[in-house]
Ligand binder design. Sequence first.
Ligand code: 0O2
Length: 221
Amino acid sequence: QFPVKLYEDVDSWKTIIFLYNSALKEVNTKLEILNDEFQHVHQYNPIEHIKSRIKSAESIVKKLKRNGHESTIENMVEYVNDIAGIRVTCSFTADIYRIAEMIGKQSDLKVLSIKDYIKYPKESGYKSYHMLVAVPIYLSDSVVDTKVEIQIRTIAMDFWASLEHKIYYKFEGNAPDYISRDLKECAEIVSMLDAKMLSLNEAIKKSSQEQIVSNEDKTNF
Ligand code: 0O2
């Protein structure tokens, strides 16, 4: 458990978690609005679903330890960037970049860093687009910039990452070679599937547009 012993520590822990929860609410609302507006303008939803969570005290401590930091409240705020995390799942790879661009344009969100594990997948085969943003939380007497990690990925990438995550924890990071190999092969299949689904979707869109034009031609005639 997190070594929160002193009363002041308990108090600052509660305040910090309150801030992270508020930041999640803010970013969730922003994403929902972007999705609704996209539906309104393009009759299409780029987001399949959104999940958010606050990292457990146990995972925070483990992450600090893994990175060689002492478990203090200051270190947790400074070094653990994904205490507040939002995962956005899309159908197609193109939607990921569309959403990332829309987030980047929000003037009240500061983009602190971007990790494009889609263009540059991890050694394991992990693919996802990570954005670390700071959102201002307006309190009665101050404004606090609070960090939120947004992970954007396709349904197929999410399927792969969930299984890999389970395997990683089951074997404590030392999965047998044949499992890591098979996982990597699955990651390649996921990439092929995503590319194929995207081009199929483009073909469907093109054919619908051609149909509209041909119907307009008939009416004009
Ligand atoms: P958990 O158990 O999911 O919470 P940083 O300090 O931000 O520079 P960090 O946190 O390693 O370093 O950044 P990164 O790479 O953005 O990873 C943040 C989170 O992305 C991880 O949190 C995972 O949730 C996910 N992630 C990153 N790499 C992988 C991977 O190879 N496989 C899977 N399944 N998920 C990954 P945690 O705290 O490491 O893990």
